[in-house]
Design a protein around this ligand. Structure first.
Ligand SMILES: Nc1ncnc2c1ncn2[C@@H]1O[C@H](COP(=O)(O)OP(=O)(O)O)[C@@H](O)[C@H]1O
Ligand SMILES: [Mg+2]
Length: 369
């Protein structure tokens, strides 16, 4: 029998999306655990940044309650370090110093800053082990809404008009913004997700407040024209030759798809899977999703989100390089209707991670004439 792949599933993290990550991890463990080919080690990153290992797969409290879900208190502090061979890392339990475990692959199921932005991906690269999802550059480009949009615009892909405000030039007033972008506008931290710090502003007072809130979360903020339209999402899977799923639709029952609508209100939004779209728009969205994925150097998986205007025009809103991954999340559901079960999808992501790692290992690191 082939050797089991020893996986480190990393969940939690220090972002506002800690709880979402725990929910995704719970579903993934469930699916991985049904297979004989994986050995799973669960690593939780606490909100204070400590890395903890759990003695078994039962690492959560209130796993079925999105408001109360949290890491169990029995995690033991660990450090990760390089293994003796390329493609292996060691988990060192800092409490029981001799307790060392080898891992062959990481699943960083983390969202937002320090999880989805290239930082953890850089760390995993230094460890020289395969991991699922985008690498450093794809993750970083996908996280920074300014750079993401500039690259999409340069590739002639359709995006909303935007302005950037950094801490040093906080003086932009609403009259000036309105002249360029119209009203209302969306104000967002440049590097975040889950709608944290996102507001809609239609006058000077609301704009000032929105800017203040966004600067609480980032040193750079983005202000966008308001796009009126349906919210359509498309799942992409692959490395160099990515494929796109059928699109889905999110219909928020709030003014926009806010944090409240996403996570706190059980009736906050209705997911339509697949979206009710004519074949030509489905095709166009799939093509744009793949172009976005490639332009932003994404790998493994991503969800690309769009607005579809009443006149049929499609605008790309953003890419999410580590989309929500619970059994009921849009990303896996879009693949389920395209014929990929939840567990087959995870197998494929692991395969893609191993494939990329193998290709990277073939690269020369010494130069000689
Ligand atoms: N330019 C825009 N026009 C209209 N609605 C927007 C715009 N930007 C964001 N929104 C609304 O705000 C939500 C969150 O914004 P988004 O850019 O997707 O941030 P996040 O990365 O936090 O998900 C979107 O799903 C949408 O409902
Ligand atoms: Mg979004």
């Amino acid at each position: 029998m082939p050797k089991k792949i020893r996986i480190a599933l990393i969940a939690g993290g220090q972002s506002g999306e800690h709880e979402v990550s725990l929910q995704s991890a719970h579903s993934i463990i469930d699916a991985l655990n049904q297979k004989k080919k994986y050995k799973i080690n669960v690593i939780g990153i606490a909100k204070n940044g400590r890395w903890l290992i759990y003695p078994d797969l039962n690492f959560l409290l209130y796993h079925d309650d999105p408001k109360r879900i949290r890491l169990k208190p029995n995690g033991q502090p660990i450090a990760l370090t390089k293994g003796n061979k390329p493609g292996q890392a060691k988990i060192i339990n800092l409490k029981a110093k001799d307790a060392i475990k080898i891992i062959d692959l990481a699943l960083p199921i983390l969202h937002g800053p320090l999880g989805e932005d290239g930082t953890i991906q850089g760390f995993l690269k230094l460890l020289n082990i395969p991991f699922i999802g985008s690498s450093v550059i794809g993750s970083a480009l996908g996280m920074d809404k300014e750079i993401m949009k500039r690259l999409l615009a340069q590739a002639d892909l359709p995006i909303a008009k935007f302005l950037i405000l950094s801490e040093s030039d906080k003086k932009l007033n609403f009259a000036k913004v309105k002249k360029i972008l119209g009203a209302p506008v969306f104000v967002k931290p440049a590097n975040l997700g889950s709608s944290v710090g996102v507001s809609k502003a239609k006058n000077e007072a609301e704009f000032k407040q929105a800017v203040k809130i966004a600067f609480d979360y980032d040193r750079k903020i983005i202000i966008e024209e308001n796009i009126k339209g349906r919210e359509i999402e498309c799942a992409v899977l692959g490395n160099q030759k990515p494929i796109a799923s059928l699109p889905g639709e999110v219909a928020p029952n709030h003014d926009f798809y806010s944090y409240q609508a996403k996570y706190l209100d059980v009736n906050g939004a209705t997911l339509k899977i697949p979206a009710d779209l004519p074949p030509n728009l489905t095709k166009e969205i799939q093509t744009l999703a793949i172009k976005t994925f490639k332009t932003l150097q994404a790998e493994g998986l991503s969800r690309v989100d769009f607005f579809l205007k009443a006149n049929g025009k499609i605008i790309i809103n953003e890419i999410n390089t580590m989309p929500g991954f619970t059994r009921i999340s849009m990303y896996p559901k879009l693949w389920t209707i395209s014929g990929w079960s939840y567990s087959k999808l995870i197998d494929r992501l692991i395969e893609l991670a191993l494939e990329r790692f193998k290709q990277e290992q073939k690269l020369q690191i010494n130069f000689s004439l």
